[in-house]
Design a protein around this ligand. Structure first.
Ligand SMILES: C[S@@+](CC[C@H](N)C(=O)[O-])C[C@H]1O[C@@H](n2cnc3c(N)ncnc32)[C@H](O)[C@@H]1O
Length: 486
């Protein structure tokens, strides 16, 4: 039996985490259970996201190619384990695992790779129907972020980017190689606050610099939420003649922005990659697995939800699907007897989302070359990242990879990509830290696989660098830059 205590940093320091009250009873309970200990892994994480998709104890199958269970993983959240009777939880979770019919779960979907889970439909709904959500909570989405606001609002970070742009442009101008139109694109603009700061600073710096960079600037804001784009347009109204906005999918920027091929001097992407769909893969005892998930709510929660909306608990799956298809406004119109107004539909949405959990299982991955990370990127790109790591589980960041490889061709040969995000830069982090998914309000967050992006960028002739975001103290945000090699 392997017991993996992952949050090793917490075991040190002035008030170290004492795992004995958890591990002692846990190992004892396992010893008294009929589970085959020789085929058991116990993985203890510290899940820093207060709102997440896991229970304190989860049990997962590790399966063979013919769907049989070859081993079992018991996952424990050490943050919450101290406040439950861990022996009871483990015994009960294992019993339910052996008798799935007694699990008391209402499944929202069949088994699926993580990136296809309906949690991403919830995520998209959040951005599409943000106004209804924010109205109900009385708080803007930024308040759910660590620190209560987006790091992209940093004036210092904006000035740094603009300064770099001016250097590139000045150099090109000397050689008469600067085009008249200076394109900057931003993917995933949110409420436009960061864009506003960027444009304000740009205007000031352009004035100080002299010349006509502000006149020549075209700032293109892209987002998949028309509501968000409208908010952003409002925020940058003072720069309206310089700005266009486009509804686009950040995972396929070239579809909408193909006309900018080799023309954009800056592609700016802040806190978006961590919000794009991802699979997880794992290497366990020398075998590669893909993590499959199945979103569910506990039957007890389904009953509560049903009662609040005068539904039968057997209706919950269909109504959840309807919510994801229609959004809260149309749901209220379509089912007035259950949701007399939009507020009632939003309450249902928020309660449902709070209850959504992910059941997981490991399914063998038959050859990395057969696995598609993103269009034109096969799983082979994972090999150098996984090499030498031993047992490991990590996000593939499929959406981020798709966005990244779709953005690079839009860059002018001297242009660059600039991203602020939660990047894992050393694969060792996956061994010791929980990297998602978590819930930020109605959205999903996962740390982004930096080594994978670096490898993919390098293979395409780009230098990819990561530096800590220095414009706010104690933030986990890193800055990625990618620029074509000389
Ligand atoms: C957390 S907000 C970041 C806003 C802003 N960039 C910042 O740093 O404060 C994420 C933004 O990405 C957008 N977004 C998420 N997934 C997207 C996708 N697939 N295509 C386009 N936009 C997306 C959301 O609508 C939202 O505006």
């Amino acid at each position: 039996m392997l017991v993996d205590v992952r949050p090793t940093k917490r075991l040190h320091g002035s008030s170290p985490l004492d795992v004995r009250p958890v591990l002692g009873p846990l190992v004892q309970a396992l010893g008294q259970d009929s589970v085959d200990l020789s085929r058991l892994r116990v993985v203890c994480d510290w899940i820093q996201y207060k709102h997440n998709f896991r229970d304190t104890v989860d049990v997962r199958s590790i399966t063979t190619t013919d769907g049989m269970e070859s081993a079992v993983e018991v996952a424990v959240d050490l943050r919450r384990a101290g406040s439950v009777d861990i022996s009871d939880e483990v015994v009960e979770a294992l019993r339910e695992h052996r008798h799935p019919d007694t699990r008391g779960r209402t499944y929202l979907e069949p088994w699926t790779p993580g990136k296809n889970s309906c949690i991403w439909d919830f995520n998209a709904l959040y951005w599409q129907a943000l106004s209804s959500w924010e109205q109900a909570t009385g708080a803007a989405y930024e308040q759910a972020l660590p620190g209560g606001s987006s790091d992209a609002r940093s004036v210092g970070a904006a000035r740094e980017m603009i300064h770099k742009l001016f250097s590139i442009w000045d150099e090109l101008a000397v050689h008469n190689a600067l085009p008249d139109e200076l394109y900057v694109i931003e993917l995933g603009v949110g409420n436009g606050g960061p864009a506003r700061i960027w444009l304000d600073e740009f205007r000031v710096m352009a004035q100080e610099h002299g010349g006509d960079y502000y006149r020549r600037l075209h700032y293109i804001m892209g987002d998949y939420s028309p509501y968000v784009l409208k908010q952003a347009q409002h925020a940058v109204a003072e720069h309206a003649t310089k700005v266009s906005s486009i509804v686009l999918d950040a995972t396929d920027p070239a579809s909408a922005l193909g006309f900018l091929r080799h023309k954009a001097f800056l592609a700016y992407v802040s806190n978006v990659y961590d919000n794009l769909p991802t699979d997880e893969v794992a290497s366990l005892s020398g075998r590669m697995y893909r993590v499959e998930v199945r979103a569910y709510v506990a039957n007890r929660a389904a009953e509560r939800l049903a009662e609040h909306a005068s539904l039968l608990s057997s209706d919950i799956v269909a109504v959840a699907a309807k919510l994801l298809r229609l959004g809260p406004e149309l749901l209220a119109e379509a089912m007035p007897a259950h949701f007399p107004d939009v507020g009632a539909a939003v309450r249902f949405w928020q309660e449902l989302w709070a209850e959504v959990r992910l059941e997981e299982r490991y399914v063998p991955l038959e050859g990395l070359d057969l696995y598609e990370i993103a269009p034109s990127v096969t799983g082979e790109a994972l090999r150098p990242v996984l090499e030498g790591c031993g047992d490991i589980r990590m996000q593939v960041s499929n959406g981020a990879v798709a966005s990244f490889v779709g953005t690079l061709p839009l860059l002018h040969p001297y242009g660059y990509l600039h991203c602020h995000d939660l990047f894992v830069t050393d694969p060792a982090r996956y061994d010791t830290n929980f990297c998602g998914p978590g819930k930020y309000d109605g959205s999903v967050v996962n740390w982004v696989n930096g080594p994978l992006l670096r490898y993919i960028g390098n293979r395409r002739g780009f230098d990819v660098d990561f530096v800590p975001f220095t414009h706010r103290a104690s933030t986990n945000i890193m800055t990625l830059t990618a620029q074509a090699r000389d």
